[in-house]
Write a protein that binds this ligand. Structure first.
Ligand code: NAP
Length: 263
């Protein structure tokens, strides 16, 4: 028997849809279980799916997500409200395929003896200094690569490459490529400071380490979550071992979603 939960954006349209989907699935004898769902239906947009992902992050290996969009077509939310009958029948009656997308693992280590903090991002992690420009030594696979000075740095997953990363001039990466992309936010390039200037795509196990040059505080974002970190020694980013799982009931190729969203 399958357990399900629904996470809704909270607006009226999404709330009405949530009620309908819940009634349908209960009629099909599925079990409403907000604690341990096998499948989570997110109603709203990509932002809602990000919230759902972080809500169930402790059981990411046992939960499949599916997104219904009540606004524009999303990358994670690709079912329309008109299709929900079809969707609930699929969920209740057909064994579904699971597709997995890579995640970004972020480990923050501190100058004092605090325990390191670990995070998983589905879209990206960004780093900005609280005051003044960010100055970071960027290390790739154990080797110093550059000293960045500018507004900030963004490390994105392939599925997050269409979000903040895209606004920074990053490439769109197909989610079948286990990789992370490092993009710059307004780097200062002159005779003193120099960065590569192009976004970099790193494969699995090529760790990117950001080492702050001076002892300043940082704003670190993990998807929509905003965190303040003090006394940071390093920020380590790499492709996570964990993956996010999506329930797939029909093909909806990534490039088609890219085209329909942007072109
Ligand atoms: P928000 O500022 O309310 O919304 C950000 C927008 O990004 C929404 O339109 C959202 O779609 C869309 N989005 C989210 N994930 C996406 C993806 N993987 N591909 C394409 N578009 C995507 O913030 P939020 O809803 O809390 O979402 C947080 C995300 O905002 C962050 O992870 C970051 O990627 C993005 N962001 C982007 C910029 C920028 O582009 N300059 C700046 C800051 C943050 P929906 O409308 O469907 O929810």
């Amino acid at each position: 028997m399958m357990n399900f939960a629904i996470i809704s954006k909270g607006d009226e349209v999404s709330a009405r849809l949530e009620k309908r989907i819940k009634t349908y699935l209960l009629d099909f004898d599925l079990i409403w279980d907000e604690k341990n769902p096998d499948i989570v239906i997110s109603i709203g947009g990509d932002g809602t799916l990000l919230h759902a992902f972080h809500h169930y992050i402790h059981r990411v290996d046992r939960t499949a997500f599916v997104g219904v969009h009540t606004g524009h077509l999303g990358f994670y939310a690709d079912w329309t409200p008109e299709e929900v009958e079809k969707l609930v029948i699929h969920i209740a009656k057909t064994p579904f395929q699971i597709i997995e997308y890579p995640l970004l693992e972020v480990t923050v280590r501190y100058l004092d003896d605090r325990m390191e903090s670990k995070y998983l991002a589905m879209n990206e992690c960004t780093v900005k200094s609280v005051e003044g420009s960010l100055v970071m030594d960027v290390e790739i696979k154990g080797e110093h690569f550059e000293t960045f000075r500018g507004d900030g740095l963004c490390l994105a997953t392939p599925s997050g490459s269409t979000a903040y990363n895209k606004a920074l001039g990053g490439a769109i990466i197909h989610p079948s490529l286990p990789s992370i992309q490092l993009a710059e936010m307004a780097s200062i390039n002159n005779r003193v400071f120099r960065t590569v200037g192009s976004p970099l795509v790193l494969p699995q196990h090529h760790t990117c380490l950001l080492n702050p040059v001076n002892d300043v505080d940082f704003h670190i974002t993990i998807d929509h979550l905003f965190l303040l970190h003090e006394k940071v020694k390093s920020i380590q980013c790499r492709v996570a071992e964990e993956k996010v799982r999506f329930a797939r009931f029909r093909p909806f190729p990534f490039w088609k979603r890219v085209k329909e969203s942007f072109v």
